[in-house]
Design a protein around this ligand. Structure first.
Ligand code: PAF
Length: 276
């Protein structure tokens, strides 16, 4: 696997692959990779001949009180893992290769789907995501890009951006990788202490329980959301939301649904979702 950190070298490597007829995939990441990221790379490999992974901790998507400085930078280990998973090219640019220093940058703002859930609680977060993903799409010009279903709303935002801007990129959503006890893999899991790590899988278990009751139409979506919030409080979470939505994140109708949740365990904020 080659590594580059300039846009010039990135474009040259991608152009060389494309001139040989390769279908190009992009896997955007912020590094600190775990098995969930590697599954994105493996999925990209199945759909493309040349896989580019980016590692860029994007300052635009962190709020003032979020963990940008604390976000772990583990590029050496990430490079080894990416090479092992079948990545062909690692793009790990410095901040000023992505965002002009000292000035406000042009933003890509996706409407509506960003107003709710994560977007309502993390103002500007999705503008930062869509801006940087759009920059990466322009730099790499991939045929396809892989994103995890774990960040369900992010995937919806990217799909909407691609549709609205007529970008010629196929977006592939990749199922969430989980620990044996069901906890969704996340870079944030490393912040959980031993007690919190015991409680953390109950987030997904609560979504499963609510999902079963939803399928059986045991109660209204609103009542099931309240049940789930109460259950999460009982077991030690501070839940921010549990939301039952149609798959496009509009208000729930008759299914199929997605159940989404965000909850804090101490200082660590976890999100998860389940397709029903
Ligand atoms: O999911 C992430 O890691 C980030 O939001 C992404 C898509 C790489 C954009 O910075």
């Amino acid at each position: 696997m080659r590594s580059v950190n300039t846009v010039l070298a990135l474009r040259a490597a991608v152009a060389a692959a494309r001139s040989g007829g390769a279908r190009i995939a992009l896997v955007p990441t912020m590094g600190n990779l775990h098995a969930g990221h590697l599954k994105l790379v493996e999925t990209a490999r199945q759909h493309a001949d040349f896989v580019v992974a980016s590692v860029f901790v994007n300052p635009l998507q962190f709020g003032p009180n979020e963990d940008f400085d604390r976000y772990p930078r583990t590029l050496t280990a990430d490079a080894v893992a990416l090479g092992g998973a079948g990545c062909d090219l690692l793009f790990a640019p410095p901040v000023d290769a992505m965002i002009a220093p000292g000035a406000a940058t042009t933003r890509v703002v996706v409407p509506e789907v960003t107003d709710m859930l994560e977007g309502a609680r993390r103002p500007g977060h999705f503008d930062g995501v869509s801006t940087i993903v759009s920059i990466l799409f322009h730099q790499v010009q991939p045929d396809l890009a892989c994103f995890g279903l774990k960040d369900y709303q992010q995937l919806a935002v990217v799909r909407r951006m691609v549709a609205d801007l007529h970008l010629p990129v196929e977006i592939i959503g990749v199922p969430t990788e989980r620990a044996d006890d069901g906890l969704a893999l996340s870079s944030r899991n490393q912040y959980l202490d031993a007690d919190a790590r015991q409680i953390a899988p109950l987030l997904f278990q609560t979504l499963q329980a609510i999902g079963d009751r939803l399928k059986r139409r045991a109660a209204s979506p609103a009542a099931l959301e309240t049940e789930a919030m109460n259950r999460l409080r009982e077991v030690g979470f501070e839940p921010e939301y549990v939301a039952i939505r149609a798959r496009d994140l509009s208000e729930p109708t008759d299914g199929p649904w997605v159940v989404l949740a965000a909850a804090r365990l101490g200082a660590t904020r976890l999100i998860d979702n389940l397709l029903i």
